[in-house]
Write a protein that binds this ligand. Structure first.
Ligand code: UT7
Length: 336
Protein backbone atom coordinates (compact mmCIF):
# COMPACT_ATOMS: atom_id res chain seq x y z
CA UNK A 1 0.00 0.00 0.00
CA UNK A 2 1.51 3.36 -0.99
CA UNK A 3 1.82 6.29 1.41
CA UNK A 4 0.98 9.95 0.78
CA UNK A 5 3.87 11.63 -1.04
CA UNK A 6 6.16 13.55 1.34
CA UNK A 7 9.36 15.52 1.03
CA UNK A 8 12.19 13.63 -0.68
CA UNK A 9 14.72 11.70 1.37
CA UNK A 10 18.07 10.13 0.53
CA UNK A 11 17.77 6.56 -0.83
CA UNK A 12 20.36 3.83 -0.34
CA UNK A 13 21.06 0.35 -1.61
CA UNK A 14 20.70 -1.65 1.60
CA UNK A 15 21.45 -5.13 0.20
CA UNK A 16 22.75 -6.87 -2.91
CA UNK A 17 22.27 -10.41 -4.20
CA UNK A 18 23.34 -12.02 -7.47
CA UNK A 19 22.91 -15.30 -9.28
CA UNK A 20 24.33 -16.94 -12.40
CA UNK A 21 23.35 -20.40 -13.61
CA UNK A 22 26.06 -23.04 -13.01
CA UNK A 23 26.56 -24.18 -16.64
CA UNK A 24 29.57 -22.61 -18.38
CA UNK A 25 29.96 -21.82 -22.07
CA UNK A 26 33.66 -21.20 -22.71
CA UNK A 27 35.43 -19.74 -25.72
CA UNK A 28 36.74 -23.25 -26.38
CA UNK A 29 33.12 -24.49 -26.54
CA UNK A 30 32.26 -21.70 -29.01
CA UNK A 31 35.27 -22.60 -31.18
CA UNK A 32 33.46 -25.92 -31.80
CA UNK A 33 30.17 -24.20 -32.69
CA UNK A 34 31.18 -21.29 -34.99
CA UNK A 35 34.28 -20.13 -36.86
CA UNK A 36 35.97 -18.18 -34.07
CA UNK A 37 38.92 -18.41 -31.70
CA UNK A 38 39.65 -17.78 -28.06
CA UNK A 39 42.31 -15.30 -29.22
CA UNK A 40 39.78 -13.26 -31.30
CA UNK A 41 37.15 -13.21 -28.57
CA UNK A 42 39.62 -12.30 -25.81
CA UNK A 43 41.37 -9.56 -27.78
CA UNK A 44 38.18 -7.96 -29.21
CA UNK A 45 35.92 -8.28 -26.16
CA UNK A 46 37.79 -9.50 -23.05
CA UNK A 47 35.34 -12.42 -22.62
CA UNK A 48 36.68 -15.84 -21.61
CA UNK A 49 33.48 -17.61 -20.55
CA UNK A 50 29.82 -16.96 -19.78
CA UNK A 51 27.10 -18.77 -17.80
CA UNK A 52 24.13 -20.25 -19.66
CA UNK A 53 20.84 -21.62 -18.33
CA UNK A 54 19.69 -25.19 -18.82
CA UNK A 55 16.50 -25.67 -20.87
CA UNK A 56 13.41 -24.74 -18.88
CA UNK A 57 15.16 -22.13 -16.72
CA UNK A 58 13.80 -18.62 -17.33
CA UNK A 59 14.59 -15.03 -16.38
CA UNK A 60 12.21 -15.13 -13.39
CA UNK A 61 14.16 -18.08 -11.95
CA UNK A 62 17.45 -16.16 -12.01
CA UNK A 63 15.69 -13.05 -10.69
CA UNK A 64 14.16 -14.93 -7.76
CA UNK A 65 17.48 -16.57 -6.85
CA UNK A 66 19.22 -13.17 -6.80
CA UNK A 67 16.35 -11.57 -4.86
CA UNK A 68 16.43 -14.30 -2.19
CA UNK A 69 20.12 -13.61 -1.61
CA UNK A 70 19.50 -9.86 -1.26
CA UNK A 71 16.64 -10.46 1.19
CA UNK A 72 18.75 -12.89 3.23
CA UNK A 73 21.62 -10.39 3.39
CA UNK A 74 19.28 -7.76 4.87
CA UNK A 75 17.41 -10.27 7.05
CA UNK A 76 14.07 -9.45 5.40
CA UNK A 77 11.05 -11.56 4.46
CA UNK A 78 9.58 -11.35 0.93
CA UNK A 79 6.46 -9.79 2.45
CA UNK A 80 8.60 -6.82 3.60
CA UNK A 81 8.93 -5.75 -0.07
CA UNK A 82 6.36 -3.24 -1.31
CA UNK A 83 7.31 -2.96 -4.99
CA UNK A 84 9.28 -5.12 -7.45
CA UNK A 85 10.88 -3.72 -10.60
CA UNK A 86 12.39 -6.20 -13.04
CA UNK A 87 14.77 -4.77 -15.63
CA UNK A 88 14.93 -7.20 -18.53
CA UNK A 89 14.87 -7.58 -22.29
CA UNK A 90 14.19 -11.32 -22.03
CA UNK A 91 11.00 -11.60 -19.95
CA UNK A 92 9.70 -15.16 -19.42
CA UNK A 93 6.90 -14.17 -21.81
CA UNK A 94 5.27 -10.99 -23.15
CA UNK A 95 2.73 -11.08 -20.36
CA UNK A 96 2.25 -11.47 -17.48
CA UNK A 97 5.26 -9.35 -16.60
CA UNK A 98 8.27 -11.07 -15.07
CA UNK A 99 7.71 -8.86 -12.01
CA UNK A 100 4.36 -10.64 -11.46
CA UNK A 101 6.05 -14.04 -11.79
CA UNK A 102 8.80 -13.00 -9.38
CA UNK A 103 6.24 -11.66 -6.87
CA UNK A 104 4.43 -15.01 -6.91
CA UNK A 105 7.54 -17.24 -6.80
CA UNK A 106 9.05 -15.17 -3.99
CA UNK A 107 5.81 -14.98 -2.03
CA UNK A 108 6.05 -11.19 -1.79
CA UNK A 109 2.44 -10.83 -0.67
CA UNK A 110 1.04 -7.33 -1.06
CA UNK A 111 3.77 -6.07 -3.40
CA UNK A 112 3.07 -4.53 -6.79
CA UNK A 113 5.52 -4.20 -9.64
CA UNK A 114 6.33 -4.05 -13.31
CA UNK A 115 9.01 -4.78 -15.90
CA UNK A 116 11.22 -2.08 -17.32
CA UNK A 117 12.64 -2.40 -20.83
CA UNK A 118 15.80 -0.45 -21.59
CA UNK A 119 18.19 -3.24 -22.60
CA UNK A 120 21.66 -2.78 -21.10
CA UNK A 121 20.66 0.45 -19.33
CA UNK A 122 17.58 -1.11 -17.75
CA UNK A 123 19.13 -1.79 -14.35
CA UNK A 124 20.19 1.86 -13.98
CA UNK A 125 16.78 3.10 -15.15
CA UNK A 126 15.00 0.72 -12.74
CA UNK A 127 17.30 1.77 -9.91
CA UNK A 128 16.34 5.40 -10.44
CA UNK A 129 12.65 4.60 -10.90
CA UNK A 130 12.55 2.47 -7.75
CA UNK A 131 14.43 5.14 -5.81
CA UNK A 132 11.67 7.66 -6.52
CA UNK A 133 9.14 5.55 -4.60
CA UNK A 134 11.41 5.51 -1.55
CA UNK A 135 12.49 9.15 -1.89
CA UNK A 136 8.89 10.35 -1.80
CA UNK A 137 8.08 8.14 1.17
CA UNK A 138 5.53 6.16 -0.86
CA UNK A 139 7.35 2.91 -0.10
CA UNK A 140 9.80 1.74 2.55
CA UNK A 141 11.40 -1.12 0.59
CA UNK A 142 11.65 -1.59 -3.17
CA UNK A 143 13.28 -4.58 -4.86
CA UNK A 144 15.09 -3.75 -8.11
CA UNK A 145 16.27 -6.69 -10.20
CA UNK A 146 18.31 -6.78 -13.41
CA UNK A 147 17.97 -10.19 -15.05
CA UNK A 148 18.40 -11.59 -18.52
CA UNK A 149 18.57 -14.97 -20.23
CA UNK A 150 20.31 -13.72 -23.35
CA UNK A 151 20.93 -17.30 -24.51
CA UNK A 152 17.18 -17.49 -25.27
CA UNK A 153 17.44 -14.86 -28.05
CA UNK A 154 20.85 -15.67 -29.55
CA UNK A 155 21.57 -17.34 -32.86
CA UNK A 156 24.33 -19.80 -31.98
CA UNK A 157 25.36 -19.96 -35.63
CA UNK A 158 26.07 -16.18 -35.77
CA UNK A 159 29.61 -15.66 -34.51
CA UNK A 160 29.22 -11.87 -34.40
CA UNK A 161 26.64 -12.02 -31.58
CA UNK A 162 26.65 -15.44 -29.90
CA UNK A 163 30.10 -14.99 -28.37
CA UNK A 164 29.14 -11.76 -26.60
CA UNK A 165 26.34 -12.58 -24.18
CA UNK A 166 25.65 -14.64 -21.07
CA UNK A 167 22.82 -15.20 -18.58
CA UNK A 168 22.67 -13.73 -15.07
CA UNK A 169 20.84 -11.62 -12.52
CA UNK A 170 21.40 -9.17 -9.70
CA UNK A 171 19.01 -7.67 -7.18
CA UNK A 172 19.22 -4.72 -4.81
CA UNK A 173 16.91 -3.53 -2.04
CA UNK A 174 16.28 0.21 -1.84
CA UNK A 175 15.44 1.89 1.47
CA UNK A 176 15.61 5.37 2.97
CA UNK A 177 19.08 6.24 4.21
CA UNK A 178 19.20 7.25 7.86
CA UNK A 179 22.64 8.77 7.16
CA UNK A 180 22.19 11.56 4.58
CA UNK A 181 25.83 11.22 3.44
CA UNK A 182 25.19 7.67 2.12
CA UNK A 183 23.09 6.59 -0.86
CA UNK A 184 22.16 7.76 -4.34
CA UNK A 185 23.44 11.23 -5.19
CA UNK A 186 22.71 11.93 -8.85
CA UNK A 187 21.66 10.37 -12.14
CA UNK A 188 21.94 11.31 -15.80
CA UNK A 189 20.02 9.19 -18.29
CA UNK A 190 19.17 9.67 -21.96
CA UNK A 191 17.88 7.78 -24.98
CA UNK A 192 18.56 8.25 -28.69
CA UNK A 193 16.01 6.28 -30.69
CA UNK A 194 17.84 6.97 -33.94
CA UNK A 195 20.13 4.09 -32.90
CA UNK A 196 17.30 1.58 -32.71
CA UNK A 197 18.31 -0.15 -35.94
CA UNK A 198 21.86 -0.83 -34.67
CA UNK A 199 20.88 -3.39 -32.03
CA UNK A 200 17.47 -5.01 -32.04
CA UNK A 201 15.33 -8.13 -32.12
CA UNK A 202 12.88 -7.50 -34.95
CA UNK A 203 10.54 -10.50 -34.68
CA UNK A 204 7.74 -11.46 -32.34
CA UNK A 205 6.39 -7.99 -31.59
CA UNK A 206 3.38 -6.16 -33.03
CA UNK A 207 5.36 -5.05 -36.09
CA UNK A 208 6.44 -8.55 -37.09
CA UNK A 209 4.30 -11.07 -35.19
CA UNK A 210 5.85 -14.54 -35.10
CA UNK A 211 5.20 -16.60 -38.22
CA UNK A 212 7.08 -19.42 -39.91
CA UNK A 213 8.59 -16.73 -42.15
CA UNK A 214 9.87 -14.55 -39.28
CA UNK A 215 11.42 -17.63 -37.69
CA UNK A 216 12.96 -18.77 -41.00
CA UNK A 217 14.44 -15.27 -41.34
CA UNK A 218 15.84 -15.51 -37.79
CA UNK A 219 13.99 -12.39 -36.72
CA UNK A 220 13.58 -13.76 -33.18
CA UNK A 221 17.31 -13.36 -32.54
CA UNK A 222 19.58 -10.43 -31.59
CA UNK A 223 20.80 -8.44 -34.61
CA UNK A 224 23.64 -5.99 -34.12
CA UNK A 225 25.80 -3.57 -36.09
CA UNK A 226 28.70 -4.04 -33.69
CA UNK A 227 30.84 -1.15 -34.89
CA UNK A 228 27.98 1.38 -34.77
CA UNK A 229 27.14 0.34 -31.19
CA UNK A 230 30.81 0.35 -30.24
CA UNK A 231 31.36 3.92 -31.50
CA UNK A 232 28.25 5.22 -29.75
CA UNK A 233 29.12 3.39 -26.53
CA UNK A 234 32.67 4.72 -26.33
CA UNK A 235 31.52 8.31 -26.96
CA UNK A 236 28.35 8.34 -24.86
CA UNK A 237 29.58 6.48 -21.77
CA UNK A 238 32.51 8.87 -21.38
CA UNK A 239 30.36 11.93 -22.15
CA UNK A 240 27.71 11.13 -19.50
CA UNK A 241 30.32 10.20 -16.89
CA UNK A 242 32.28 13.40 -17.53
CA UNK A 243 29.11 15.48 -17.16
CA UNK A 244 28.32 13.65 -13.94
CA UNK A 245 31.74 14.34 -12.45
CA UNK A 246 31.74 18.01 -13.50
CA UNK A 247 28.30 18.84 -12.17
CA UNK A 248 29.10 17.21 -8.83
CA UNK A 249 32.55 18.83 -8.54
CA UNK A 250 34.32 15.46 -8.51
CA UNK A 251 37.57 14.31 -10.12
CA UNK A 252 38.04 10.87 -11.70
CA UNK A 253 40.55 10.02 -9.00
CA UNK A 254 37.85 10.60 -6.32
CA UNK A 255 35.89 7.58 -7.60
CA UNK A 256 36.53 4.49 -5.46
CA UNK A 257 34.69 2.13 -7.81
CA UNK A 258 33.69 2.68 -11.43
CA UNK A 259 31.09 0.00 -12.18
CA UNK A 260 30.19 0.10 -15.88
CA UNK A 261 27.95 -2.10 -18.00
CA UNK A 262 30.10 -4.98 -19.21
CA UNK A 263 29.72 -5.16 -23.00
CA UNK A 264 33.31 -4.95 -24.16
CA UNK A 265 36.52 -4.50 -22.19
CA UNK A 266 37.73 -2.00 -24.79
CA UNK A 267 34.69 0.25 -24.17
CA UNK A 268 35.36 0.17 -20.42
CA UNK A 269 39.08 0.94 -20.87
CA UNK A 270 38.41 3.84 -23.25
CA UNK A 271 35.98 5.38 -20.77
CA UNK A 272 38.34 4.87 -17.83
CA UNK A 273 41.20 6.54 -19.75
CA UNK A 274 39.07 9.53 -20.74
CA UNK A 275 37.96 10.04 -17.11
CA UNK A 276 41.52 9.57 -15.73
CA UNK A 277 40.24 6.95 -13.29
CA UNK A 278 42.62 5.06 -11.02
CA UNK A 279 43.12 1.64 -12.73
CA UNK A 280 42.30 -0.24 -9.51
CA UNK A 281 38.91 1.53 -9.29
CA UNK A 282 37.70 0.12 -12.63
CA UNK A 283 35.56 -2.98 -12.08
CA UNK A 284 35.74 -5.58 -14.85
CA UNK A 285 34.26 -9.09 -14.74
CA UNK A 286 33.31 -9.47 -18.40
CA UNK A 287 35.92 -12.23 -18.66
CA UNK A 288 33.77 -14.48 -16.44
CA UNK A 289 30.21 -13.51 -17.37
CA UNK A 290 30.17 -11.87 -20.82
CA UNK A 291 27.42 -9.33 -21.42
CA UNK A 292 24.41 -10.27 -19.26
CA UNK A 293 22.51 -7.11 -20.35
CA UNK A 294 20.47 -5.94 -17.31
CA UNK A 295 22.49 -8.20 -15.02
CA UNK A 296 25.94 -6.71 -15.62
CA UNK A 297 25.96 -3.80 -13.16
CA UNK A 298 24.73 -5.67 -10.05
CA UNK A 299 27.02 -8.60 -10.95
CA UNK A 300 29.93 -6.15 -11.19
CA UNK A 301 28.91 -4.63 -7.82
CA UNK A 302 29.27 -8.11 -6.34
CA UNK A 303 32.68 -8.54 -7.96
CA UNK A 304 33.80 -5.19 -6.56
CA UNK A 305 32.58 -6.17 -3.11
CA UNK A 306 34.30 -9.57 -3.20
CA UNK A 307 37.54 -7.91 -4.33
CA UNK A 308 37.38 -5.51 -1.36
CA UNK A 309 36.78 -2.52 -3.66
CA UNK A 310 33.32 -1.56 -2.40
CA UNK A 311 33.12 -0.40 1.20
CA UNK A 312 30.64 1.70 3.13
CA UNK A 313 31.08 5.37 2.25
CA UNK A 314 32.89 4.72 -1.05
CA UNK A 315 32.04 7.01 -3.96
CA UNK A 316 30.72 4.86 -6.81
CA UNK A 317 30.05 5.74 -10.45
CA UNK A 318 27.73 3.48 -12.46
CA UNK A 319 27.43 3.77 -16.25
CA UNK A 320 25.65 2.01 -19.08
CA UNK A 321 25.00 2.12 -22.81
CA UNK A 322 22.74 -0.23 -24.72
CA UNK A 323 20.13 -0.93 -27.36
CA UNK A 324 17.76 1.92 -28.05
CA UNK A 325 20.16 3.63 -27.87
CA UNK A 326 19.85 3.98 -24.11
CA UNK A 327 22.53 5.43 -21.86
CA UNK A 328 22.83 6.26 -18.19
CA UNK A 329 25.09 7.20 -15.33
CA UNK A 330 24.51 7.27 -11.59
CA UNK A 331 26.60 8.52 -8.67
CA UNK A 332 26.24 7.17 -5.14
CA UNK A 333 27.97 6.56 -1.85
CA UNK A 334 27.91 2.84 -1.04
CA UNK A 335 25.85 2.21 2.07
CA UNK A 336 25.96 -1.49 2.92
O1 UT7 B 1 25.52 -4.26 -24.50
C1 UT7 B 1 24.97 -3.89 -25.70
C2 UT7 B 1 25.85 -3.01 -26.39
N1 UT7 B 1 26.72 -3.76 -27.28
C3 UT7 B 1 27.96 -3.40 -27.39
O2 UT7 B 1 28.42 -2.51 -26.71
C4 UT7 B 1 28.80 -4.10 -28.44
C5 UT7 B 1 29.64 -3.09 -29.14
N2 UT7 B 1 30.46 -3.66 -30.24
C6 UT7 B 1 31.49 -4.47 -29.97
O3 UT7 B 1 31.79 -4.77 -28.83
C7 UT7 B 1 32.34 -4.89 -31.14
O4 UT7 B 1 31.94 -4.19 -32.29
C8 UT7 B 1 32.27 -6.42 -31.42
C9 UT7 B 1 32.98 -7.17 -30.32
C10 UT7 B 1 30.82 -6.87 -31.51
C11 UT7 B 1 32.97 -6.75 -32.73
O5 UT7 B 1 34.32 -6.31 -32.69
P1 UT7 B 1 34.94 -5.44 -33.88
O6 UT7 B 1 36.33 -5.18 -33.54
O7 UT7 B 1 34.03 -4.24 -34.08
O8 UT7 B 1 34.85 -6.43 -35.08
P2 UT7 B 1 34.09 -6.26 -36.48
O9 UT7 B 1 32.63 -6.41 -36.32
O10 UT7 B 1 34.61 -5.02 -37.17
O11 UT7 B 1 34.63 -7.49 -37.29
C12 UT7 B 1 36.03 -7.60 -37.62
C13 UT7 B 1 36.25 -8.94 -38.28
C14 UT7 B 1 35.26 -9.22 -39.41
O12 UT7 B 1 35.95 -9.93 -40.43
P3 UT7 B 1 36.51 -9.17 -41.73
O13 UT7 B 1 35.31 -8.56 -42.39
O14 UT7 B 1 37.48 -8.14 -41.21
O15 UT7 B 1 37.14 -10.28 -42.53
C15 UT7 B 1 34.26 -10.14 -38.78
O16 UT7 B 1 33.64 -10.98 -39.72
O17 UT7 B 1 36.07 -9.98 -37.35
C16 UT7 B 1 35.13 -10.93 -37.86
N3 UT7 B 1 34.42 -11.51 -36.73
C17 UT7 B 1 34.89 -12.57 -36.05
N4 UT7 B 1 35.99 -13.31 -36.19
C18 UT7 B 1 36.18 -14.32 -35.32
C19 UT7 B 1 33.25 -11.10 -36.17
N5 UT7 B 1 32.94 -11.90 -35.14
C20 UT7 B 1 33.95 -12.81 -35.04
C21 UT7 B 1 34.20 -13.89 -34.17
N6 UT7 B 1 35.32 -14.60 -34.35
N7 UT7 B 1 33.35 -14.21 -33.16
Amino acid sequence: MSQPVRATQRVKISALGTYVPPRLLTNADLEKMVETSNEWIMSRTGIRERHIVDPGVATSDLAVAAAKRALAERGLEPSDIEAILVATVTPDMFFPSTACLVQHKLGADGAWGFDLSAACSAFLYALQTGAQFVATGAHKRVLVIGADVMSSILDYSDRSTCILFGDGAGAVILEASEDDSLGLIDFLHEVDGSGGCSLFMPGGGSLHPSTHETVDQKMHYVHQDGQAVFKYAVRKMAELCEKMLVRNGIKGTDIAAFIPHQANKRIISATADRLSLRPESVIVNIDRYGNTTAGTIPLAMETARQDGKLKKGDLVLLASVGAGFTAGAALLRWAC
